[in-house]
Design a protein around this ligand. Structure first.
Ligand SMILES: Cc1cc2nc3c(=O)[nH]c(=O)nc-3n(C[C@H](O)[C@H](O)[C@H](O)COP(=O)(O)OP(=O)(O)OC[C@H]3O[C@@H](n4cnc5c(N)ncnc54)[C@H](O)[C@@H]3O)c2cc1C
Length: 604
């Protein structure tokens, strides 16, 4: 890809959104898709309607064979190879296109989207990112075409969130030709039909685990547990995998000895942002189904969509989906651009991709948490709008609700990702990659000073909202800055404080991404055409500000006392104040009326 159009100076580093202002022209939005990407989206949607949505009942009835069959069809259409470089049989498309396919292919059933994500993401990426040339030539083309399927074996009964604590052992043979792997892996997606496993095991008493590519051959000491009985994603194959002195050629080690934890974590960074994308189309489809139902369902001689209580739900669900799209595609393009810059600087595609995604690990964690929680909320409200019918397994709401639940657990639980987001930001600040200290000191000085009593000019579109976002960033800097000063390296032990800080960070990123998307579109397509998007941007910011107030207060009173506490609480009030409060009831009504008249979500 050409780097001519990338504004290197204005391309944010990961986490820098917090301390640097972004111009709306510098963010990528779904409205910026090129013709090729739009065609890709259409063919993905067609595939989903034909092969998945039309058969969602089969996915509910634990038809594992159907999941495998549809995965194979996706392979035939090239949908498994979007992210794979052309030299290994893939389409070699950019990160945005990869996200796009992941997004639109994942809306019909969590069973397929889990199989798709486990194969194309964590099942294939460790080889494309860390494999040797021989490993890539041998395995990647088969995985890209869907001739072979991959699975990722990290979790063990005693090693879940603490992923580096696994007990699976890899012992080198005396002649140095192979490793013998013995251990038990748990919750392995695609285990029932995969051809290869990415396995993490410990050599001797190494501090860190090591990654291996292991072909699935039952005659080589590999056995599977029964299919797990799960709350949702019923047709996603999830089994235990037992390795009993499984012989793996020494050349199948991934990267170097002891590098497995790094591989596992970097594969998860990519997995996290893609999981966020995989929770978008489900939201759009739920909104569509819920709106159709609410338009048709009559109670008290009135379509239920006319009731304010239902409108509020439709408006919030729609707003969340719009917000999530805005943040996901903003981050995706940042990653794509960073990869392109690194390639132009002489890095191989492999190195560039690794570093590009690693750079935005904070955003990947933010998105994983936020979007997985939004899809859960949307499916829950979807059931509520359907009333009793929502509780029935005959409507898609019930399975969507159950399928959505897993997204808060896998690819690192939301608790772990919340702590990671803040932890990584603090680390970046310490390394000097993001200057938090300067802005945090400035906020401290501002708190001591006299506030300005000037009446600002908020006449331009989003002038007040952008000013508010700047101030919400100050809340994070105030809270996190003081907490770091107070606790230093012991900050890790104050998890409730980290969670609160993380929630502020998440809200800032989401609200800012949404305002910038709408501002960009209002500038080029006219404000009139964006009136609902403007309403959604304002509504979300109002809700985000409420969360910042609540979490900010909780954090401040947990560690500050007396005058310091009073000063910080006053700062919180000042930084979260609206000059003109938006009428959120009117905003919700406007949004819901548009969705009702379009009979679904029409903002992508
Ligand atoms: C359907 C399904 C498919 C899966 N697919 C795969 C797969 O393909 N490959 C694979 O390797 N794994 C897979 N997993 C495993 C998944 O990644 C783990 O379940 C997840 O990482 C959590 O680990 P755990 O279940 O052991 O929970 P635990 O780590 O025991 O966590 C339990 C609770 O404690 C919290 N917690 C844990 N540690 C901390 C801490 N330090 N601070 C605060 N809170 C903490 C967690 O957030 C969670 O709420 C899958 C799981 C499921 C259910």
């Amino acid at each position: 890809m050409s780097t001519e159009t990338i504004d290197k100076d204005n391309l944010l580093r990961g986490g820098q959104f917090l301390v640097k202002e972004t111009n709306c022209d510098d963010i990528f939005t779904l409205e910026d898709l090129n013709e090729e990407q739009k065609m890709m989206r259409e063919s993905t949607k067609e595939f989903v309607d034909r092969e998945l949505w039309a058969h969602w009942e089969r996915f509910e009835k634990k038809d594992y064979a159907y999941t495998e069959e549809t995965m194979r069809k996706a392979g035939e259409l090239g949908l498994l190879s979007v992210a794979v470089p052309e030299s290994y049989g893939g389409m070699g498309m950019g990160f945005v296109s990869t996200m796009l396919v992941c997004d639109y292919i994942s809306g019909a059933t969590g069973s397929f989207s889990t199989a798709f994500g486990a194969h194309t993401g964590i099942g294939t990426m460790p080889i494309t990112l860390y494999g040797t040339e021989e490993q890539k030539q041998k395995y990647v083309p088969k995985l890209a075409s869907g001739e072979w399927f991959g699975a990722y074996c990290l979790t063990e009964p005693g090693a879940g969130s603490d992923a580096n604590s696994g007990k699976t052992k890899a012992v080198l043979s005396e002649d140095g030709k192979y490793y013998s792997i013995t251990g038990q892996k748990m919750w392995i997606s695609n285990a029932g039909f995969c051809n290869l496993f990415i396995v993490f095991a410990r050599i001797e008493d190494d501090k860190n685990i090591t990654g291996f590519i292991v072909e699935n051959d039952p005659s080589n000491g590999i056995t599977l547990g029964d299919e797990e009985k799960k709350l949702g994603i019923h047709s996603s194959s999830t089994r235990q995998v037992f390795f009993n002195e499984t012989k793996v050629p020494a050349e199948n080690m991934l990267s170097e000895r002891g590098n497995g934890f790094k591989i596992a974590m970097n594969a998860l960074n990519v997995g996290r942002i893609k999981l966020a994308a995989a929770c978008l189309e489900a939201q759009r489809r739920i909104i569509g189904e819920a709106t159709k139902y609410a338009n048709e369902r009559i109670q008290f001689k009135t379509p239920i969509i006319s009731f304010g209580a239902i409108k509020a739900k439709i408006a919030d669900m729609t707003t969340n989906a719009y917000v999530d799209e805005s943040a996901c595609y903003r981050a995706a393009k940042n990653i794509e651009d960073r990869i392109a810059i690194r390639e132009a600087e002489g890095n191989t595609h492999q190195e560039a991709e690794l570093k590009g995604v690693e750079e935005y690990a904070i955003e990947c964690s933010i998105l994983k948490v936020a979007v997985s929680e939004h899809v859960q909320h949307t499916t829950d409200e979807g059931i509520q709008i359907f009333g009793g019918m929502g509780f029935s397994a005959d409507t898609p709401m019930e399975s969507a609700w159950r399928d959505a639940r897993i997204s808060r657990i896998y690819e690192g639980t939301n608790e772990i990702n919340r702590m990671l987001a803040v932890g990584m930001l603090v680390k970046k600040a310490m390394k000097g990659h993001v200057d938090l200290l300067g802005p945090a000191t400035a906020v401290g000085e501002e708190l001591m000073g006299i506030p300005s009593f000037d009446t600002p000019d908020f006449s331009e579109l989003f002038a007040e909202e952008k000013d508010l976002i700047k101030r919400l960033k100050k809340v994070f800097l105030m809270v996190a800055g003081s907490a770091v000063q107070k606790f230093g390296p012991q900050l890790d032990e104050h998890q409730q404080l980290l969670m609160a800080a993380s929630d502020i960070l998440i809200q800032v990123y989401l609200a800012e991404s949404t305002i910038l998307r709408t501002e960009k579109n209002a500038k080029r397509f006219g404000e009139e055409s964006q009136s609902t998007q403007i309403a959604m941007s304002k509504l979300y910011l109002y809700r985000a500000t409420d969360i910042v107030i609540q979490k900010g207060k909780e954090a401040i009173v947990s560690f500050a006392e007396g005058d310091e506490q009073r000063m910080m609480l006053m700062g919180l009030k000042r930084f979260t104040k609206y000059t003109n409060n938006p009428n959120v009831v009117a905003l919700r009504t406007q949004i819901a009326n548009k969705v009702a008249s379009d009979n679904g979500y029409t903002f992508d």
